[in-house]
Design a protein around this ligand. Sequence first.
Ligand SMILES: [Zn+2]
Length: 338
Amino acid sequence: MNLIEITQKFPTELDCIIYAEKIRYGKKPKCAYCDSTNLSKRNKDYRYLCKDCNKSSSVTVGTIIQGTRVPLQTWFFAISVITDAKKGMSALQLQRNINVSYPTAFAMYHKLRVLMAEENKNVQELDGIVEMDEKYIGGKPRKLNHPHVNEENMRPRLLNKRAKKHAELEKDLYTLKKEGWDFTPQGKNRSLIQQNKKGRGTDNIPIVGIVQRDGNVVAEVMRHLTYEKLREMVKKYVDEDKSLLITDNYQGYKSMKKIIDHIKIDHSMMYSYKGVNSNTIESFWAIIERGIMGQYHSVTPKMLPNYVAEFVYKYNNRENNPKMFDDLVHNMLKPTSL
Ligand SMILES: [Zn+2]
């Protein structure tokens, strides 16, 4: 639903509340504390007094948005604006769109990502041809001089660009070191490239994704990639008996054959062979990279899973699922703690 439709359907705060009550309670409003339908007439501040437990409650009591002091209509606007922004948006943009303060916009966006993550749990098991891959936000340094590069498949322009960037970086670092700067690697595997990208904090954290061709995607932030965890992820999200798994030849996928039909494609040799490729998951990574690198400047490792959830949710609803708005409102009004 776009902003105009929201304004037409819910012109006032009361309209939003009545709609929310229907979603949360069904036909008759209930007491949020004891489920009683024995309520007083609606007060001026739209709350009810329960005649059984004598508590006053509103439709947001016990939900993720309780106590936020943001009108429901503003929440509805935020859902509309955020679901509409296919490539993601910044909290600053959201702030401008819905006319709240920056900290409020930031906090609202965070909560809405939690609701999207919740909705992602409803994705059905993937089957058919599924591609699995891992992605380091900010880029994992890659080996640049493969001995067996097949130029036709290696996308030479991309490689040259990367190689050039790498060379420039090395040159810069060399100059800086000569000037007396210290670039001692911290922790193992911290390359000079990563040193140079210091400050984002998410560089070393991999995201693992599985996508069904022409279907849905699932993705998880995984701090440590192990055979077990990768296999667990396949078991959790993929119907192993009805699927063929395609990965690159990263050693973490070594023992997948035990649980699922598995083909590996060696990216140092080629990217695609007779339909065996990981192009679908690559296009999802492109969305993630653009969204997280391009627009979010301070994604902390703790928040990364929620950012990923937003893009998973949007990818899986890319055909403009008309239920998006209702689904999120539904999740928003689920009681979380009472
Ligand atoms: Zn009650």
